[in-house]
Design a protein around this ligand. Structure first.
Ligand SMILES: [Zn+2]
Length: 384
């Protein structure tokens, strides 16, 4: 039987910092093939990007196809000397497994495999299929990973019916929180253009700095919303303001700034852009100058509304932990933003307190309860 702790250690010992696979997917294949999974290694690349290894593994040919999704790539170690344990040694100390990727999200992938194996041992092969969609490009630019595996599946006519992403969603203890949706994320770049001039004669030029100051003040004063049924209020944050003027006697011709909006289901990228353009038009009408705005969308907001699928996850968690889970839509983006276009998806994983940090770790008890939750999810799902 696959021990989720030992498989976690084997995965952590592969230093798979995006886009390197470092053998991680091979470790998974070795665990899945003896169980009867058909494994497809999918290598994708795009101009000016590093090639990325991905894995799609499936047991069974019929529907429904229950999918576990995740990533074996990890973020860099950062300051290596700051770690109490070698980040790729996977030491066990004080009831914790230490290493880069422990929380985000190699131990959850090990729990997928151990959980489904326990299910199969007890119940035999399911009436339907179990699949794993594992990418090596989640922490990076995410263009050679899940997106391309999903379109590969679509071309083959292969369908996912429901999906759990094993991202770290818990707060203190596995199962205390799951994510049923995510906010969208959108980045804006604004440039205000005036005319360059002598600092002693401000009336002879159009200084773009006070115009940008007014624009920033008006954008920051915009209350996007008060939140919605499943979401907290949307937020907006300026990330940079740049003039780069080394002189003291010249006022510049141009100033640039950038901000990010995390938005709920009350907005779309179009509606946000329209509002920003309206504010810019007001500022231009007041001061003059030229205001240019560009945006890029990292993901739109989505929610898998509470219903039979989410209910099944809640039931499995209560069965294993004895507690009720909180349904949340907070946090950053994940690959669930791509999967949601194919099937209902929710995220259920380990506590995320140490993800991306020095001394990333996972409690052995959390890995075991996550394994039991995944096993119970399969039991409830295929009993339907
Ligand atoms: Zn992750």
């Amino acid at each position: 039987m696959t021990d989720p702790i030992i498989l976690s250690q084997a995965l952590i010992r592969c230093p798979s910092v995006t886009p390197d696979d470092a053998g991680a997917l091979g470790v998974l294949e070795d665990a899945l093939k003896p169980l009867g999974f058909v494994c497809h290694r999918l290598r994708f690349e795009a101009p000016n990007t590093d090639p990325v290894e991905n894995l799609y593994a499936r047991l069974g040919d019929s529907g429904p196809n229950f999918c576990f999704a995740g990533h074996t790539d990890v973020v860099p170690v950062g300051e290596a000397s700051g770690w109490r344990h070698d980040p790729f040694a996977a030491d066990i100390d004080g009831g914790m497994l230490w290493g880069r990727g422990a929380s985000d999200m190699k131990c959850a992938i090990a729990a997928f495999v151990a959980g489904l194996q326990r299910y199969i041992e007890k119940n035999g092969k399911p009436q339907g299929s179990i699949s794993l969609l594992i990418t090596g490009d989640e922490e990076g630019i995410a263009i050679n990973g899940t997106v391309k595996v999903l379109s590969w599946l679509k071309e083959r006519g292969e369908k996912l019916d429901h999906c759990i992403v094993g991202e770290p969603t818990a707060v203190a203890k596995t199962g205390d929180m799951i994510k049923i949706g995510r906010r969208g994320s959108m980045n804006f770049r604004v440039a205000v253009r005036g005319t360059q001039g002598h600092a002693a004669y401000p009336k002879r030029s159009l200084n773009p700095i006070p115009i940008m100051a007014d624009l920033i003040a008006r954008i920051c004063a915009w209350r996007l919303d008060e939140g919605s049924e499943h979401f907290e209020p949307s937020t907006l944050a300026f990330t940079t303001v740049d003039v780069g003027n080394p002189t003291v006697n010249v006022t510049p011709a141009e100033i640039r700034a950038g901000f990010n909006i995390r938005f709920n289901d009350l907005h779309t990228p179009d509606s946000l852009m329209r509002r920003i353009e309206e504010i810019a038009a007001e500022v231009k009408a007041t001061h003059g100058g030229e205001i240019g705005i560009a945006n890029s969308v990292s993901g739109v907001s989505f929610v898998t509304k509470p219903g039979p699928f989410i209910g099944l996850l809640e039931q499995a968690i209560t069965h294993v932990t004895g507690t009720k889970t909180e349904l949340s839509t907070t946090g950053g983006t994940s690959d669930a933003r791509f999967i949601k276009d194919f099937c209902p998806v929710a995220e259920l994983g380990l506590p995320g307190v140490t993800m991306h940090k020095t001394d990333e770790c996972a409690a052995l008890t959390d890995i075991e309860s996550l394994t039991r939750i995944y096993e119970t999810v399969l039991e409830l799902y295929f009993a339907q």
